[in-house]
Design a binder for this molecule. Sequence first.
Ligand SMILES: [Zn+2]
Length: 309
Amino acid sequence: MMSAGRYAPSPSGDLHLGNLRTALLSWLFAASSGRPLLLRFEDLDAGRTIPGSAERQFKDLRAIGITFSGEPLWQSQRQHHYGAAVGQLREAGLVYECFCTRREIQEAPRAPHAPPGAYPGTCRDLGDAERRQRRQQRPPALRLKAEAGEYRVADLLLGEVTGLVDDLVLVRNDGTAAYNLAVVVDDYLTGVDQVVRGDDLASSTPRQVYLRGLLYGQRAAGSVQYAHVPLVLNRQGQRLAKRDGAVTLGQLSELGRSPEHVRDELLASLGLPRGPLEQAVETFDPSRLPRQPWVVDPASQKRGPSESI
Ligand SMILES: [Zn+2]
């Protein structure tokens, strides 16, 4: 059985400190457990992909010492894999067409305790005639007929993550594979059994593990180790973003901060010794990682020692 970790950015702009910190953690988790680290560009959303940004992301990751095994993977080149997975689910009777707009889903009546945004099942039982008629008005998305309800997965840092598995979208109505499907198929086919990512993505994990079980069996579903890591926040407690000031390697280098300096500050924020990653990995212990978000103030020019980014 293959075994690997992965870092999977969307090439929609330069990586900021939060992205770089998560990438660094992916590297540390993989290296400390003897796994190769794969790089996968999640470029299915053509509207968000910015030409050249994948190359810049790769360069920035290398500049802070993050290395990858093999060639990067591009999701846009893997549609045939996603199509095959949908075919498999369809044969099992687990796929149906959905004609709802986002607005219709938001406004639909739902069970009293259903979380906002959960699909209420409107199109699950449409008849053939109605589907034929609706297809004239709007191309359908494809949804999974999920029977899970609440689903629980183990996380190295968060403990247990419980989430609702609703009838998630498999293929969007423009024909593109949806995020959850692509992630599940890619992780499985490339042998990824360790997923390190920002804890804002934790809520999608139960859906992904459930889908992985449907496609590849219960054993495969239980074989992935998850670590959802704390985010980097700005002073207002919001997720760090480009508008917060100098947050990318390029912007920081204009302020005279070298990639090594940035790497060292990221390591220090994790309680790890400054220096090459190969050195940091020797003292890396997931159980001792900070569980709180890291707050930075990139706009401020006057910084204390703890916020010298
Ligand atoms: Zn629908």
